[in-house]
Design a protein around this ligand. Structure first.
Ligand code: FAD
Length: 222
């Protein structure tokens, strides 16, 4: 792994030399956007690998040079995936995918990289290393630097590490419900009825253990 210190040093060196850097992942989409005037490339494809992955946590942290293929292979072993399928295939880096906010058909259901990225590490154009967002699904409130970086095309910082939301591949087709509404012929209103006694008892034990909220409004399962 290349590491943030080395990337930060490269940026500081560019500042000192008054030269520009062309950030490169796997280089498959460098013709997108207007031409960049930079003699030196900062290539991130060799800075790849899984930093942290606990399948039950449904998050994964990887270095920016990790390809979507590597991610697929690691997550696939646990029947999981990242809901990102940008044009251009899987031999592309996650850093570039996030930096360009690239997405494919899966976005119609799961959203764009803005919905999949929970946090990231970024080396700014000053050489400072910052951490934005978190490594967990629940995130702290505040100024959302993560989303600022997603789709900024590397103009605000070099994305060096990304934490992503992981999804299960096997979708559950069944659902559970606490109540349903009956439409009795003789009444104009919908009558709430408990569907699953055990589930409802468990829910109420958690949410209203003292039975102080609208007790008895729902009829028991008929
Ligand atoms: C022919 C082709 C067409 C495509 N068309 C579309 C499309 O229409 N819509 C779509 O959503 N996606 C499209 N893509 C998506 C593309 O697959 C993704 O953007 C992909 O992630 C590029 O990966 P890469 O590693 O090769 O990126 P690169 O080509 O190396 O870099 C792409 C851009 O991201 C910047 N960048 C790379 N890494 C970082 C980083 N770590 N931090 C900050 N900036 C970085 C680069 O400076 C560059 O501007 C296309 C890809 C190809 C090959």
């Amino acid at each position: 792994m290349r590491g943030d210190a080395e990337i930060s040093a490269a940026v500081r060196e560019a500042i000192a030399d008054r030269s520009a850097l062309r950030i490169v992942g796997r280089g498959t989409w460098l013709d997108a956007g207007a031409p960049v005037a930079a003699r030196t490339q900062l290539v991130l494809s060799d800075d790849h690998g899984i930093v942290a992955y606990v399948p039950d946590d449904l998050t994964i942290t990887v270095r920016a040079g990790t390809t979507l293929r590597e991610l697929d292979e690691t997550l696939g072993a646990h029947d999981q995936w990242i809901a990102l399928d940008p044009e251009g295939g899987t031999d592309v880096t996650i850093g570039a995918t996030v930096a360009t906010c690239s997405y494919g058909p899966a976005a119609a259901f799961f959203g764009t990289p803005r919905d999949q990225v929970l946090g990231m590490t970024v080396v700014l154009g000053t050489g400072d290393v910052i951490r934005a967002g978190g490594r967990v699904v629940k995130n702290v409130a505040g100024f959302d630097l993560t989303r600022l970086m997603i789709g900024a095309w590397g103009t605000l910082g070099v994305i060096t590490e990304v934490t992503l939301r992981v999804r299960s591949r096997s979708m559950r087709m069944d659902s559970v419900s606490h109540m349903r509404r009956l439409l009795p012929q003789s009444h104009g209103y919908r009558r709430p009825e408990i569907v699953n006694d055990r589930l409802s008892a468990a829910l109420m034990q958690r949410f209203d253990p003292h039975h102080v909220l609208n007790p008895g409004i729902m009829e028991a399962k008929s």
